[in-house]
Ligand binder design. Structure first.
Ligand SMILES: NC(=O)c1ccc[n+]([C@@H]2O[C@H](COP(=O)([O-])OP(=O)(O)OC[C@H]3O[C@@H](n4cnc5c(N)ncnc54)[C@H](O)[C@@H]3O)[C@@H](O)[C@H]2O)c1
Ligand SMILES: O=C(O)C[C@H](O)C(=O)O
Length: 363
């Protein structure tokens, strides 16, 4: 049932006009004379490697009317620079911690790329030590100043930072699982690019769902559901899966100590943020993959308030609506290889989720 719904939603999405599937900053709607509803977007970590290009992309998005750029370093320059772009959004920079409240107040959507990136030889989990604290304090501020905003978590390790934010929101009594998203769109972007290259099809026509979390084997691309259908061999599918799982490391190594993916991430983050804004604005059939809480699981709730993402933590196809996640669409039919991948990722994903939860609970 869920699989059929998913297929039909994805079909609708592919066949629909640009409204649901083309990022607004890339669509001709930016020349439209009728403005979309007022929407405030806050970017926390706006002066960083991801923060700067995603600030620009959100400034280009006609769905944004106010753009709040917050960082603990370098904000004034970035805000002044971006503010000169002649598009709808009014840009304001917020530079110090005491300005965080103002940056967040009235936000419909908060995008979080704050935190340190990997260097060669590191895992995403190695970032936990620093980034967990950053995400916790930013989440506390969101709970205080804009508890109803949608939150797009980019900071790594996503498999733990999303549970951290959820636990903070729960502790403040403002948690709504429909509004918290781990941004895994970059895995989808990569899977599409690599599939199109291998299958020699037009990348613009390609769709590949990616489920699971956002780290190594927890990233599970579902090439069996990729469209257009092609006759790639099992070996090709294995190689594509591995390359998608290692995509972040490929960039980290190529940057040789100067950080991780920033430009492709900003692109992916802007696509996901745009989908959230479209959902808020009531555009129908907006479907993306994201790391969200879900009760679609065969596992029992082992602790009453423990986070159970799908099967202890899966990315999901979510249909976005006026309140955030409107519907979790499920995994769809998996090949044997994907089913094995799903089983294999559970242990790591479960432990990353529990690590995040324990960090906030102090145990
Ligand atoms: N989800 C994904 O797919 C994905 C992809 C790429 C990178 N990332 C992650 O995104 C994060 C940022 O990467 P980057 O390359 O932009 O790093 P960066 O170091 O270039 O930028 C991070 C920014 O965060 C700011 N910052 C630090 N602490 C802050 C705080 N308390 N409040 C506000 N801002 C703060 C820094 O001043 C800096 O400007 C990393 O954790 C990285 O691993 C995630
Ligand atoms: O790989 C990283 O550390 C950054 C990010 O998660 C990515 O997938 O590019």
């Amino acid at each position: 049932m869920k699989a059929a719904m998913l297929r039909s939603a994805l079909r609708r999405r592919r066949s629909s006009s640009s409204a649901a599937s083309t990022p607004s900053c890339l669509s001709r709607r930016r020349f439209s004379s009728s403005p979309a509803p007022e929407r405030k977007v806050a970017i926390l970590g706006a002066a960083g490697g991801i923060g700067q290009p995603i600030s620009l992309l959100m400034k280009l998005n006609p769905l944004v009317s106010r753009l709040a750029l917050y960082d603990i370093a370098g904000t004034p320059g970035v805000a002044a620079d971006v503010s000169h772009v002649n598009t709808r959004a009014e840009v304001k920079g917020y530079a110090a911690e005491e300005q965080l409240g103002q940056a967040l107040e009235g936000s419909d959507l908060v995008i979080i790329p704050a935190g340190v990136p990997r260097k060669p030889g590191m895992t995403r989990d190695d970032l936990f030590k620093i980034n967990a604290g950053i995400v916790k304090s930013l989440s506390e501020a969101i709970a205080k100043y804009c508890p109803n905003a949608l939150v797009n978590m980019i900071s790594n390790p996503v498999n733990s930072t999303v549970p951290i934010a959820a636990e903070v929101f729960k502790s403040k009594g403002v948690y709504d699982e429909k509004k918290l998203f781990g941004v895994t769109t970059l895995d989808v972007v990569r899977a599409k690019t690599f599939y199109a290259g291998k299958a020699k099809v037009n990348v613009a026509d390609v769709n590949v769902p990616v489920v699971g979390g956002h780290s190594g084997i927890t990233i599970l691309p579902l090439f069996s559901q990729a469209t257009p259908k092609t006759n790639l061999s099992d070996e090709d599918i294995k190689a594509l899966t591995k390359r998608t799982q290692d995509g972040g490391t490929e960039v980290v190594e190529a940057k040789a100590g100067k950080g991780s993916a920033t430009l492709s991430m900003a692109y992916a983050g802007a696509i996901f943020a745009d989908a959230c804004l479209k959902g808020l604005n009531g555009v129908p059939d907006v479907v993306e993959c994201s790391f969200v809480q879900s009760t679609v699981t065969e596992l029992p709730f082992s602790r009453p308030s423990m986070l159970i993402f799908l099967v202890t933590g899966e990315s999901e196809h979510v249909k976005l609506g006026k309140n955030g996640v409107e519907e979790v669409l499920g995994l769809g039919p998996l090949s044997d290889y994907e089913q094995q991948g799903l089983e294999a990722l559970k242990t790591e994903l479960k432990s990353s989720i529990e690590k995040g939860v324990a960090f906030v609970r102090g145990n």
